[in-house]
Design a protein around this ligand. Structure first.
Ligand code: 13P
Length: 252
């Protein structure tokens, strides 16, 4: 049985004070919720505060990005050992906004995945197609290429522990959600690609859906057989809406 994992990607939102306030309020709302893993992914500057505030609760913390070298002359970058030492458990890698605005490629995604694994954290690897790619009928091919590149060189035991997030780019921040059926179909395809690479580990790997997930559509998405959680942007910024999503997912 794969335990659903609901992660809030705050993107570039919230100062440390706002982050602490959110975390206190949210932790109370979800303190009784079981059967679902709950992750907050704030900006780097909030990580310390959120990790401390979430200590002793059922919430764990992830970062939104990382650099693949451990240390060195890389001004402005943050490394995996730094994130590990302050208590991060997860790191989002290859979000479409990073691919689009910050030049990330399938190759850099693979390097970052390796760095995160080497330091005992779990990558949340994002894949997804643009609207043009979807309209051209190439969704499956796009997510398959991205998935294969991200997992290149990894052993099947390691693959079993990873998280993949399927985020159709046209559904991010637009209010347009993939239908539960569409999301299920693409995610089942991603699982079949993982099966080609890593055999039985494909049955263990958790694959999230992301893109305009809200409290009122979470349950239907989560009830799909291959959807194991959500990566939530906008609706993770308010304690009540994010708690709503977490509770709907635990119930499903
Ligand atoms: P929204 O939930 O705001 O559509 O964002 C999804 C996302 O990009 C999460 O990583």
């Amino acid at each position: 049985m794969r335990k659903p994992i609901i992660a809030g990607n705050w993107k570039m939102h919230k100062t440390p004070m706002e982050a602490a306030e959110f975390t206190k309020e949210f932790a109370q709302m979800v303190s009784q919720t079981e059967g679902v893993e709950i992750v907050l992914c704030p900006p780097f500057t909030d990580l310390h505060t959120v990790i401390n505030t979430a200590h002793g609760t059922n919430i764990v913390v992830g970062a939104q990005n990382v650099y693949w070298e451990d240390q060195g002359a890389f001004t402005g970058e943050v490394s995996a050992p730094m994130l590990k030492e302050i208590g991060c458990k997860y790191v989002i890698i290859g979000h479409s906004e990073r691919r689009q605005y910050f030049g990330e490629t399938d190759e850099t995604v693979n390097k970052k995945v390796n760095a995160v694994l080497q330091h005992g954290m779990t990558p949340i690897i994002c894949v997804g197609e643009t609207l043009e790619e979807r309209d051209a009928g190439s969704t499956e091919q796009v997510v398959s290429t991205q998935t294969k590149a991200a997992l290149e060189g990894l052993s099947s035991e390691v693959v079993a522990e990873l998280i993949i997030a399927y985020e159709p780019i046209w559904a991010i921040g637009t209010g347009k959600t993939a239908s539960a059926e569409d999301a299920q179909n693409v995610i089942a395809h991603i699982r079949s690609v993982v099966k080609e690479i890593a055999g039985g580990s494909a049955d263990s790997i958790r694959i999230q859906y992301g893109g305009s997930v809200k409290p009122n559509n979470a349950a239907e998405l989560m009830s799909q057989p291959d959807i194991d959680g959500a990566l939530v942007g906008g609706a993770s910024l308010k304690p009540d809406s994010f708690a709503g999503i977490v509770k709907e997912s635990a119930a499903g």
